[in-house]
Design a protein around this ligand. Structure first.
Ligand code: FES
Ligand SMILES: [Fe+2]
Length: 330
């Protein structure tokens, strides 16, 4: 997909779920066009570094080992700390600190793991928002929900979709009718920007009386940068979700989608089969519908907008520019 902006945007990006990493686990990753190694140190903390060892270039995500908080290179056993600095060479008295690996700031929150990405390697400029705290008026903490992973989560890998595309889907209330077979047409009730945050609320008119202005359901969206969407649903079931899009390279992205469903008086952490089936059918599957559009879409720089779209699209596009700090590659 050709877009007029970089695939190396600034912001918080999801790289996986906590459960995928037991202490001592090591994984090779590829995001933002970089080979990365991710591991969970023996303390339980997650770490992410550029993957290629400064000694002779081995990829430490393949057969690398965890030693304390260090990642140990599989080739000659050099150990690197979470700061990307060599801590030991097993056959020498002193480490070699002449070259550092880029270290990524990691934030693990509610079953998900995020890294801060900045094309220059600068530290985070804003905090990662919390899906259970972003709408205090909606109440309910993480203990009031079934776990999201793995039952209520889905991942799509290597999709030819730039994060800007799903982002622009956020204020698009009309597509629900056409893509998701909605029987009523949702309305964009309000939206606004605040620094790295874009907030919006979409309402679903009461199907019994769609013209009354009464909403049966409201979806509140918080867009944090271009790759991290949070939602809470205000209605009979106040579920929450995250939808994250992380560029792999200059052509494709991985997508992560997790839903927290209220468990009411149930004390189990894992949702029962009936709830899982319902969430899968009604919600997780909606992403597959969107993808059928996004995969084949082109990015239109000067779109022919309907009147209803013009203002929110304009606002969103203008707001999103702040995350594209480097020119596009092609
Ligand atoms: S290549 Fe990593 S220790 Fe030699
Ligand atoms: Fe959609």
């Amino acid at each position: 997909m050709k877009v007029p902006f970089t695939w190396k945007p600034t912001g918080w990006f999801m790289i996986g779920w906590s459960e995928e990493y037991r202490p001592g686990a090591v994984k090779p990753l590829k995001y933002f066009g970089r080979d990365l190694v991710a591991w969970r140190g023996e303390s339980g903390e997650m770490h992410v570094l550029d993957a290629h060892c400064p000694h002779l270039g081995a990829h430490m995500g393949h057969r690398g080992k965890v030693n304390g908080e260090c990642i140990e290179c599989p080739y000659h056993g050099w150990g690197f700390g979470p700061d990307g600095i060599n801590k030991y060479i097993p056959y020498e008295d002193r480490p070699n600190v002449t070259k550092h690996l880029r270290a990524f700031v990691v934030n693990e929150m509610h079953e998900a793991i995020y890294v801060w990405h900045d094309p220059q390697g600068d530290p985070p400029r804003w905090d990662l928002p919390n899906v259970f705290e972003a709408w205090p008026e909606q109440g309910g903490g993480p203990d009031d929900y079934y776990r999201a992973y793995p039952e209520m989560s889905v991942k799509y890998e290597g999709e030819p979709v730039h994060p800007q595309i799903p982002l622009e889907n956020a204020p698009d209330s009309m597509h629900f009718k056409y893509v998701h077979d909605a029987t009523v047409t949702p309305v964009l009730l309000d939206y606004g920007t605040d620094g790295p945050t874009f907030r919006g609320t979409v309402g679903w008119p009461n199907p019994k009386d769609p013209d009354s202005g009464e909403m049966a359901l409201k979806i509140h969206t918080l867009q944090n940068g271009v790759g991290n969407t949070l939602n809470v649903f205000e209605g009979s079931t106040p579920y929450r979700l995250i939808f994250c899009v992380t560029p792999v390279d200059d052509e494709k992205s991985d997508m992560f989608y997790s839903i927290w469903w209220p468990r009411g008086t149930d004390t189990a952490k894992v949702a029962p089969e009936s709830t899982r089936t319902r969430v899968e059918r009604q919600f997780l599957r909606t992403l597959a519908d969107d993808l059928e559009i996004w995969r084949y879409q082109i990015y239109v720089e000067n779109p022919a907008l309907a009147q209803i779209d013009a203002k929110p699209y304009g606002a969103l596009r203008k707001w999103a520019r702040q995350f594209y700090e480097v020119p596009p590659e092609n």
